[in-house]
Design a protein around this ligand. Structure first.
Ligand SMILES: *[C@@H]1O[C@H](CO)[C@@H](O)[C@H](O)[C@H]1NC(C)=O
Ligand SMILES: *[C@@H]1O[C@H](CO)[C@@H](O)[C@H](O)[C@H]1NC(C)=O
Ligand SMILES: *[C@@H]1O[C@H](CO)[C@@H](O)[C@H](O)[C@H]1NC(C)=O
Ligand SMILES: *[C@@H]1O[C@H](CO)[C@@H](O)[C@H](O)[C@H]1NC(C)=O
Ligand SMILES: *[C@@H]1O[C@H](CO)[C@@H](O)[C@H](O)[C@H]1NC(C)=O
Ligand SMILES: *[C@@H]1O[C@H](CO)[C@@H](O)[C@H](O)[C@H]1NC(C)=O
Ligand SMILES: *[C@@H]1O[C@H](CO)[C@@H](O)[C@H](O)[C@H]1NC(C)=O
Ligand SMILES: *[C@@H]1O[C@H](CO)[C@@H](O)[C@H](O)[C@H]1NC(C)=O
Ligand SMILES: *[C@@H]1O[C@H](CO)[C@@H](O)[C@H](O)[C@H]1NC(C)=O
Length: 657
């Protein structure tokens, strides 16, 4: 935020100092953290770190403005003659492709000539007098560019060349700053806005505008970025669940005591670093169910407020534990992708309740150093997107070790009991998709029953009933795993810092940790790992997760993830007592380490008890393939979208308005 206006707005302090005759001579450690400005009614944050500097300032007459910061547009030109028509065309292109740029930035133009031969401004007067550009335009041109009438165009140089787009310039120093548009996080999807420190780290965004309980999030111009082979994700705006460490920021894990106890992290984990290296722009940390467990809104969310699901009446649960990333992608056009984690459904659940693309990758898809653990053995990191193309591109650039497959399986495994009746709203949408999938793959679904298949083919050392084997496996892995890897060190560090005190923990994780200790602790954990291995081996050898040399996976196991159900956030639920038990479709990937990708299918109506009108909730379907077949699934789902069988979703109340 602007430091100068603050000083000016507190004259009382200055007077007090005078009255008491105090003379303060110490050097103040004042640090400019950027400025919040409004341009043509839109709020911008002017980055605190200068990205370039304009030379030849002395020859410039700035006296038309009293402002200490002036909007500027950099235009890179490769034609030898640049006319007002070219300028109009450029402005139209900028406006169409970027939500940060606006005509107000044309107050000063820096025309950067890219061409080989010497360039010319077609006619200076045409440029100046063009009615749509407005009055006080000052045009700088790079020295390679020769104006035909050099009088009022100013030659200047940039210390460091800049991509086209909107910026701000300080007339006093010539420093140039990136332009960030400020958006309101009205759905409470974020825990903290962030900006790059331009040195490989981050700082909290020191700016906020109006809004009840909301933060502002700063997004840079899209014009700064062009995807390349090395940076295929260049410019994608990305939010990150607040369990991933970012260098320079604290990590909350959805717990206030945790956020306060530990200092800003000194490293970014390798998963997020890979995304940054591929070009994504991190704009903030996003809401998480406390320590990535399973809190329900609203009562379980004691420490933080639960993010808002925009679908339907706006008062349906966002799902968890990657609640903020899911809510953000379903709410904000200005956000492209969001990163969450999935241990037992934490990507798929928010993806399904908010009707966006969400993946649980094969376990081990990416290293999870510098990420708060729920269970090291089954934690994974996934990505949310509204568009299968962006989603697939992100996965390909992100996960290092999967093989790309463009041939798809010809077997579809379909369990009757998983699907709703065809004569329901959700059932007919899902059935329509399954039929299109059959046509697309030139395959017929095969009816399967997992419990029966298990009874017939399970290994001798395992019980006849699959639920008996796996009923408590997930519960033990997460409750015991997190107790020893997160809770114990946290308790110890907190007590050391606070005279032996205990930190506040939400009822959900607290009960789960206690349950794990009461139900076998570490020895049960080892049994759980063994049970999981038994299932995984069976799934890949006897069931529906076999590998295939040509199509990666022998088949696809499909099941509905959400069926348009409501989950009102103003309903009082019973207090949490234990982790989730039992076996269901969603547990296959947790136990067999296979990918499980949720895709939006459609939306079904319901009568809202909030708005007293018809609203719509998402229907989604899961695709499960063999272990390591993530790119095959991503390619298939992208191709289904290209074929019009799946569709990108919109933000807001309706997925398909
Ligand atoms: C502003 O610039 C104009 C033209 O160079 C000059 O005539 C005028 O005196 C300047 N005004 C101030 C306040 O410096
Ligand atoms: C010149 O710029 C235009 C528009 O930015 C671009 O489409 C074209 O490829 C560029 N040509 C060269 C030779 O760089
Ligand atoms: C980061 O912090 C950790 C733990 O506080 C410390 O062990 C490590 O040396 C630090 N790394 C750097 C690069 O400062
Ligand atoms: C990917 O493969 C490389 C080389 O074998 C290995 O070093 C790395 O740990 C693997 N990464 C993951 C996430 O498995
Ligand atoms: C599933 O339903 C289909 C169609 O109603 C039926 O033909 C098939 O036998 C059922 N399969 C199982 C395993 O229940
Ligand atoms: C497995 O056991 C559970 C719990 O006892 C029971 O509800 C379920 O019906 C059994 N499943 C089969 C296929 O026998
Ligand atoms: C699963 O385990 C829980 C906790 O031990 C138990 O209460 C429940 O009856 C079990 N369910 C089945 C189906 O075995
Ligand atoms: C492991 O499987 C056995 C059955 O073989 C079951 O009794 C036990 O509850 C399971 N334990 C866990 C933690 O999965
Ligand atoms: C909503 O309520 C009306 C009137 O009670 C009823 O006719 C309609 O079927 C309901 N719609 C849904 C989607 O439940």
């Amino acid at each position: 935020m602007a430091v100068l206006p603050r000083v000016q707005s507190f004259p009382g302090i200055l007077m007090l100092a005078c009255l008491f005759g105090v003379l303060v001579t110490a050097t103040a450690a004042i640090h400019d953290k950027g400025k919040l400005v409004s341009l043509d009614g839109i709020n911008y944050w002017v980055g605190g770190v200068s990205v370039s500097r304009l030379s030849s300032l002395a020859t410039v007459n700035w006296n038309w403005t009293a402002s200490d910061i002036v909007p500027l547009t950099v235009i890179r030109i490769n034609t030898t003659t640049f006319t007002s028509g070219d300028l109009e065309e450029t402005v139209a292109k900028f406006t169409a492709s970027d939500d940060v740029f606006g005509r107000g930035f044309l107050e000063v133009i820096f025309a950067q000539y890219n061409g080989q031969r010497q360039g010319h401004i077609g006619s200076e007067s045409t440029l100046d007098s063009h009615s749509n550009i407005g009055g006080n335009m000052l045009t700088f041109i790079s020295s390679e560019y020769q104006p035909q009438q050099p009088s009022s165009l100013v030659h200047a140089n940039l210390q460091k060349s800049l991509p086209s787009g909107p910026y701000f310039i300080s007339p006093r120093t010539g420093d140039i700053f990136k332009a960030f548009r400020l958006y309101s996080d009205h759905q409470l999807a974020f825990t903290e806005g962030t900006v790059s420190d331009e040195m490989g780290g981050f700082s909290p965004l020191p700016a906020a505008t109006e809004g009840a309980m909301t933060k502002s999030i700063a997004v840079p111009s899209r014009l700064y970025y062009t995807p390349t082979v090395e940076k295929p994700l260049a410019g994608l705006r990305c939010g990150v669940k607040d369990i991933f460490d970012l260098k320079g920021l604290r990590t909350s894990g959805g717990n206030r005591a945790f956020y306060d106890l530990y200092p800003a992290r000194n490293a970014t984990g390798s998963a997020i670093q890979r995304l940054i290296d591929a070009g994504v722009v991190i704009v903030g940390k996003m809401g998480t169910v406390q320590f990535a467990n399973g809190d329900n809104p609203t009562a379980d969310w004691v420490d933080f407020h639960c993010p808002f699901n925009p679908r339907g009446d706006g008062y349906q649960a966002p799902g968890g534990s990657s609640s903020g990333p899911g809510a953000g992608i379903a709410s904000y056009d200005w956000l492209d992708i969001a990163i969450g984690s999935d241990t037992g459904g934490s990507m798929r659940n928010p993806g399904s309740l908010q009707g966006v693309f969400a993946n649980r990758p094969s376990t081990g898809a990416i290293d999870l150093d510098h990420v708060l653990p729920l269970c090291h053995d089954i934690d994974t990191a996934g990505v949310f997107a509204r568009d299968a193309e962006i989603w697939s591109t992100t996965m390909h650039a992100w996960y290092p070790n999967f093989t790309d497959h463009h041939k798809y399986p010809k077997r579809i495994f379909y369990q009757n009991s998983s699907f709703p009746r065809f004569d329901t709203d959700a059932g007919s949408l899902l059935e329509a998709l399954v039929q299109k999938l059959e046509t697309f793959l030139e395959a017929q679904r095969e009816y399967v029953d997992i419990a029966t298949r298990w009874k017939e083919t399970h290994p001798n050392n395992a019980p006849n009933n699959l639920t008996e084997l796996l009923n408590t496996t997930y519960a033990i892995l997460t409750s015991v795993g997190q107790y020893r890897s997160l809770a114990l060190p946290f308790y110890k560090d907190y007590a050391a810092e606070h005279n032996g005190r205990h930190p506040f923990i939400n009822p959900g994780p607290l009960k789960r940790w206690e349950w794990g200790q009461d139900n076998g602790g570490d020895s049960a954990y080892n049994v759980a790992l063994k049970n999981r291995t038994i299932f995984r081996y069976w799934w890949e050898t006897e069931a529906y997760g076999k590998a295939d040399p040509h199509t990666c996976s022998e088949g696809l196991y499909i099941y509905p993830y959400s069926k348009g159900e409501t989950q009102y956030r103003n309903v009082y639920l019973t207090a949490p007592t234990e982790p989730p038990m039992g076996f269901k479709d969603g547990r296959i990937s947790n136990m067999a380490d296979v990918p499980d990708f949720v895709v939006p299918v459609g939306e079904v109506p319901y009568n809202s008890t909030i708005s007293f009108t018809t609203e719509y909730m998402p229907v989604t379907m899961s695709f499960v393939a063999a272990r390591g077949c993530d790119f095959m699934l991503a390619n298939l789902i992208r191709d289904l979208q290209t074929a019009g069988i799946l569709k990108p979703v919109s933000t807001g109340s309706r997925m398909y308005p």
